[in-house]
Write a protein that binds this ligand. Sequence first.
Ligand code: 5GP
Length: 120
Amino acid sequence: MTYDQNNIFAKIIRGDIPCNFIYETEHVAAFDDIAPQAPVHVLVIPKGQYKSLTEFSAQASAEELEHFHHAIAHVIKDKGLTENGYRAICNTDSHGGQEVPHFHMHILGGEKMPPMLVKS
Ligand code: 5GP
């Protein structure tokens, strides 16, 4: 499957859709989720066209990987999550329940998280 140039995060990176970035470099952006599931719910995304963690881990440059991890560290500190912790989630493809086909990491915190998985 090729990268969908019209996915919502591609539009945000291009500036087609306004978005207030919490943190940004030439390789990465972080912004609040539009439908927060916790008091803190930030999405960290690479600006490169990677559909999933699978692609990003295998294909990103050392600089892209470094910027991505620094962005996560920045968000954790900036949002005051160092003391009590947080949850990082990366839904991947159909079994992972990924809705937006541009790799993103959810950073959730600000309260105690419920159990991670609920089996139906
Ligand atoms: P996924 O299910 O793919 O892991 O998560 C996609 C996330 O993107 C969801 O939490 C959803 O609320 C968020 N989202 C979808 N559209 C937008 C948008 O236009 N702006 C922002 N900031 N977040 C969005």
